[in-house]
Design a protein around this ligand. Structure first.
Ligand SMILES: NC(=O)C1=CN([C@@H]2O[C@H](COP(=O)(O)OP(=O)(O)OC[C@H]3O[C@@H](n4cnc5c(N)ncnc54)[C@H](OP(=O)(O)O)[C@@H]3O)[C@@H](O)[C@H]2O)C=CC1
Ligand SMILES: O=C1O[C@H](COP(=O)(O)O)[C@@H](O)[C@H](O)[C@H]1O
Length: 501
């Protein structure tokens, strides 16, 4: 179905409604949509989880989560009046029959017209079972639309992702599946396409003739916190690279779509991912660096190393940091490295893209023997949102020196407010039927096949140097050496800030 700007009525069923994601992200996001009039009164939410709760108890949980997120509200009671709860055992048909009955009653009560969104905010091992029951127990037999929103991780590798996909495809068609990658809901990630394709200034230069390298950094200050059990099996490669990092690279590298439709945009991203040079076997050490954080001091506080974290093996071989050099073997990008790095317990919480342009052929002006700083386009994704363009200009009052000037655009200073949370935008897109900012199966499959070749080698070879970076630093020194070999260095995430806007 083509999406519209209107909000259709919908029944949203959240599986995993007593969990962390629902509490911290989904309920507050739904509330924001409600406040902004982006949910019509023809909506209802059914929370589904294992524990028994009454409708009233569930409404109170939703209220708490919203008030914790936003502070005070005058319409919270109206909002929570749309919420209901059903305890469910994921593999028991009888519970789905009860759900079906509740859905039918709410459909009638709120004149929803049979539109149903099933949001799976649960551990991934349940995804296939729930999707199959939704079909076999008749919840997908409805007169309106049916959509499945599915959280990450989508599989653990290509074979498991394929198996999961086959299972959910028995109940939902590809166009009905909304695979969440919350980075695609971030304002400045969505802005990549606009910056590229609506500026005569950039698009002609967006290729290997003018760009020397592109750097994508997503650094976190937190460690694994309570998620040691999950993270031990995942590591940074599966947790961040397979999805968020490769999605950003695809948006940076793709060709302009012929139309701004979901299909055309996705098809260009798929082509970019297909052009990714596979890195395997012995080559991996030249193109990828893995790291694991040790203990360290951050803000005067002593923090434990990864191996001391809860639910983590004390000899763990899991990487908490990845840096990589990606090559996109097509006409536009031949020879241009895309460097990516992501990790936990680093110096700053920051996601940034730095596009470094090639040096001009010779420095005609000012200090002729000294190289000029390269032009940079910096896209600030978080925590600031904006763009900075680094140019060279004459230093005032002197006639022999050029200096870098930074042209800044900050979203906050222009819109005067923080942009909506990614989940709010993605939920709204799903309600409207716009799947553009969700990942198509082809993208998922290509990303796994790229990452699997690296994880297979990393899992079968013990990294004897772990831990190899201290908490509170920007990762292992080998990641700097990887760029130095190519004559580059990582642009620091700190002094590229959107300042003085
Ligand atoms: N939390 C986050 O920030 C993020 C989470 N995700 C993904 O979202 C999903 C959910 O994560 P999160 O909310 O953190 O998980 P939680 O562990 O906090 O919540 C799990 C939910 O699943 C329910 N559940 C567990 N087992 C069963 C069962 N057998 N039958 C029915 N319900 C069951 C729990 O119900 P009960 O409490 O009643 O047992 C609970 O509501 C995961 O796929 C995760 O990877 C993705 C990005 C970020
Ligand atoms: O998907 C995930 O993302 C978060 C980082 O998200 P951000 O929006 O805060 O940048 C990461 O902490 C988590 O490990 C991963 O599962």
């Amino acid at each position: 179905m083509e999406h519209t700007n209107e909000t259709p009525s919908s029944l949203i069923m959240i599986f995993g409604a007593t969990g962390d994601l629902a509490k911290r992200k989904l309920f507050p996001s739904l509330y924001h949509l409600y406040r902004k009039g982006k949910l019509t009164d023809h909506f209802a939410v059914v929370g589904v989880a294992r524990r028994p709760l009454s409708h009233e108890e569930f409404k109170e949980r939703v209220k708490d989560s919203v008030l914790t997120s936003i502070g005070e509200s005058t319409d919270i009671d109206d909002f929570i009046s749309h919420f209901y709860y059903q305890a469910n055992d994921v593999s028991d048909s009888d519970s789905y029959q009860e759900l079906r009955k509740l859905a039918a009653d709410l459909d009638e009560k709120y004149s929803i017209g049979g539109n149903r969104i099933f949001y799976l905010a649960m551990a991934p091992e349940f995804f296939g079972t729930i999707a199959e029951h939704l079909k076999s127990d008749g919840l997908t037999d409805t007169e309106g639309f049916k959509r499945l929103v599915i959280e990450k991780p989508f599989g653990h590798d290509l074979p498991s992702a394929q198996e999961l996909n086959d299972r959910i495809r028995t109940a939902f068609s590809e166009s009905e599946i909304y695979r969440i990658d919350h980075y695609l809901g971030k304002e400045m990630v969505q802005n990549i396409e606009v910056i590229r394709f609506s500026n005569a200034l950039f698009e002609p230069l967006w290729n290997n003739r003018y760009i020397s390298n592109i750097q994508v950094t997503s650094s976190e200050t937190l460690g694994v916190e309570e998620r040691g059990g999950y993270y031990e099996k995942s590591g940074a490669l599966r947790d961040m690279v397979q999805n968020h990092m490769l999605q950003m690279v695809a948006l940076l590298a793709m060709e302009p779509p012929i139309r701004l439709t979901t299909e055309e945009i996705r098809s260009e991203k798929v082509k970019a991912l297909r052009a990714l040079r596979p890195i395997e076997g012995e080559e991996i050490k030249d193109y990828f660096v893995r790291g694991q954080y040790g203990s360290g001091q951050v803000d005067g506080k002593e923090l434990p190393g990864y191996r001391e974290e809860h639910n983590v093996d004390e000899q763990s071989n899991t990487e908490t940091y990845v840096a990589g050099k990606l090559m996109i073997d097509n006409f536009r990008w031949a020879g241009v490295p895309f460097y990516i790095r992501t990790g936990k317990r680093m110096t700053a919480k920051s996601t940034k893209i730095v596009v470094q342009f090639k040096d001009i052929p010779m420095n005609l002006y000012y200090r002729k023997d000294e190289p000029l700083a390269p032009n940079l386009l910096v896209i600030h994704i978080q925590p600031e949102e904006g763009i900075t363009l680094h140019l060279n200009a004459k230093k005032s009052g002197q006639n022999t020196e050029a200096k870098t000037v930074k042209l800044n655009f900050s979203n906050k200073s222009v819109d005067g407010m923080n942009t909506p949370e990614a989940y709010e935008k993605l939920l709204f897109d799903c309600i409207r039927g716009d799947a553009t900012n969700f990942t198509h199966w082809d993208e998922v499959a290509l990303s796994w096949s790229f990452v699997d070749k690296i994880s297979e080698i990393w899992e079968s070879t013990k990294e004897t140097e772990f831990p190899n970076y201290e908490s509170g630093t920007m990762g292992p020194r080998e990641a700097d050496e990887m760029l130095a070999k190519d004559g580059f260095f990582w642009w620091p995430v700190a002094n590229l800030e959107v300042d003085n806007c």
